[in-house]
Write a protein that binds this ligand. Structure first.
Ligand SMILES: O=C(O)CCC(=O)C(=O)O
Length: 283
């Protein structure tokens, strides 16, 4: 597959993220805003207290809505992945993450799960997020922040220890190290309809929403070069879906739309252990 977006691909591999502008058409942004509001209205109030730092974190299969399935296969997004050289991506999870007005910042995090596998210490494309903000974002309403290059290089944030009930997820301890300024961080403001593509291992966070309007992002995980991944990684990817009844039900119900993007693995390999903490090989 020829790579036509060479500069962006280089940035994605080197810095861990890149942005494509105007990917969603305005009608799609309107439709997704309506879908997000509907989804948020279905959720249990306790969820929002537990996830105050994110606002909410609602997977697409929890309250299935056709607009989310449409977004997963959105032709212009698939076109962008193809420009980056990925014409056979597979999809994984995806979430509505929405900060209400006057909401706290997100804590620093990375979302790699393959740290037990040597592939995590290479620049081979693995797991990418596609993030669609549904309003224009800036520092005041909670834009994304990232530490460029932190997917490949150890940063002080990798040493920040987390415990259960440490006041981070529910943002009750904003003095925690996971909320502080990070060396090298940059803001990533975007317009509604742009897409931010990023490496799951990238350290990222978001500013507080100090405005009166909700700030929603839809994030979808893909495995852009699935066919090239090792067998034990493919096994982990597929197991993660098949272990969840609600996710499998969603796959069955939306197969006519998303079928080509659902990962399949029929081999004999055992899955690599799920590990979200980088080992010493990350220097
Ligand atoms: O809220 C955001 O801007 C990003 C959210 C996110 O990436 C996360 O919760 O992992």
């Amino acid at each position: 597959m020829p790579i036509t977006a060479k500069d962006k691909r280089e940035q994605l591999i080197r810095d861990g993220y890149c942005i494509f502008e105007n990917v969603l058409q305005p009608e799609m942004v309107t439709k997704l805003n309506a879908m997000s509001e509907w989804t948020i209205a279905q959720e249990d109030p306790a969820h929002f207290d537990q996830h105050r730092a994110q606002g909410c974190l609602i997977p697409y299969w929890r309250f299935p809505h056709p607009a989310f399935a449409e977004l997963i296969v959105y032709p212009r997004a698939m076109g962008v992945l193809a420009e980056l050289g990925f014409d056979r991506p597979k999809v994984w999870s995806g979430f509505v993450i929405s900060k209400p007005p006057h909401a706290p910042p997100l804590f620093w995090r990375q979302d790699g799960v393959l740290w037990d596998h040597p592939i995590s210490y290479t620049d081979q494309p693995q797991q990418y997020f596609l993030m669609y903000y549904l309003v224009d974002t800036n520092r005041r309403n909670g834009c994304l922040r990232v530490v460029p290059g932190s997917h490949l290089k150890r940063h002080a944030l990798h040493g920040v220890r987390r415990k259960a009930d440490d006041g981070v997820n529910n943002a009750s301890d904003l003095d925690h190290a996971a909320f502080q300024y990070a060396e090298g961080e940059v803001d990533v403001p975007v317009k509604a309809g742009d897409v931010v593509i990023g490496d799951s291992r990238l350290m990222h966070s978001a500013h507080a929403n100090q405005c009166n309007q909700r700030r929603t992002v839809l994030t979808i995980w893909y495995w852009p070069g699935y066919d090239e991944l090792p067998e034990d990684v493919k096994r982990l990817i597929v197991n993660h879906i098949t272990e969840r009844e609600d996710w499998c039900r969603w796959v069955d119900q939306t197969r006519h739309v998303t079928g080509a993007l659902v990962p399949v693995y029929d081999g004999e390999a055992e899955q690599v252990p799920w590990n979200t903490n980088p080992g010493e090989s990350l220097q």
